[in-house]
Design a protein around this ligand. Structure first.
Ligand code: AP5
Length: 214
């Protein structure tokens, strides 16, 4: 199964994608995580990407497509959950060409629909692990020990790009450059499902599972 999880910053793509990946034995491919990992390892690509990420802008398509190609070509996963990718028509076209070459096809596109006020609140309360990339919420999903990652014990941080002015820019970029892709996918064979992502994590996850098991 190959699935695109689509949605604005804070819509819950990472949260839901991780749960689906664990449930169905799929590989979650988050371009945001790949970029943060490159930055954490101090690679030139990571430093280059940081300029765009801190400004809330998209990292250039060729960089993103190169990262995705590397992961997909070296993986033996039964399926991928694409999280935060593609974000432009060029990326969607690049993914289609790559999938064709690898003999894969897209099964579904799921859009997590969440209002802006909820998105801003969620991002203000998000805590991230800089070491293993686990995600928590000060409100909805707090860590067991305040400020510490349940999975690896590292100190949790607020992401640089979760500051209010950067969040506003990320939301605008999503509306301008990424949301139009929903129409692009509606013209293609894989079904596009829009679900209400503003409900509690478990309710959203149950609907996703029901959809995917149909
Ligand atoms: P990326 O890391 O992909 O960020 P994003 O798409 O903006 O998405 P987020 O990670 O902010 O949110 P999410 O939807 O995963 O929500 P989460 O589950 O964490 O990208 C960062 C940057 O990298 C981009 O701005 C860009 O610069 C660059 N980039 C990445 N991919 C790129 C690409 N393809 N092309 C070009 N540039 C790219 O949840 C958020 C919070 O809400 C958490 O605290 C969580 O616990 C909580 N939460 C989740 N679900 C619920 C719920 N149902 N109820 C209550 N709280 C919830």
């Amino acid at each position: 199964m190959d699935l695109i999880l689509f949605g604005a910053p804070g819509a819950g793509k990472g949260t839901q994608g991780a749960l689906l990946a664990a449930r169905y034995g799929l590989q979650r491919l988050s371009t945001g995580d790949l970029l943060r990992d490159a930055l954490g390892r101090g690679t030139p690509l990571g430093f280059e990407a940081k300029k765009f990420m801190d400004a809330g802008e998209l990292v250039p398509d060729d960089v993103i497509l190169g990262l995705v190609r590397e992961v997909m070509e070296s993986s033996d996963a039964a399926g991928f959950i694409f999280d935060g990718f593609p974000r432009t028509v060029a990326q969607a076209d690049g993914l289609a060409a790559l999938m064709e070459r690898l003999g894969r096809s897209l099964d579904a596109v799921v859009v997590l629909d969440v209002d802006d006020e909820t998105l801003v609140q969620r991002l203000a309360g998000r805590l991230s692990c800089p070491s293993c990339q686990a995600v928590y919420s000060q409100f909805a999903e707090p860590p067991q020990v305040p400020g510490k990652c349940d999975a690896c014990g590292a100190s949790l941080v607020q992401r640089e790009d979760d500051r209010p002015d950067t969040v506003r820019r990320r939301l605008a970029v999503y509306r301008e450059q990424t949301a139009p892709l929903i129409r692009h996918y509606r013209a293609l064979p894989a079904p596009v499902h829009v679900i209400d992502g503003a409900r509690p994590v478990d309710a959203v996850q149950m609907e996703l599972r029901t959809l995917l098991e149909q």
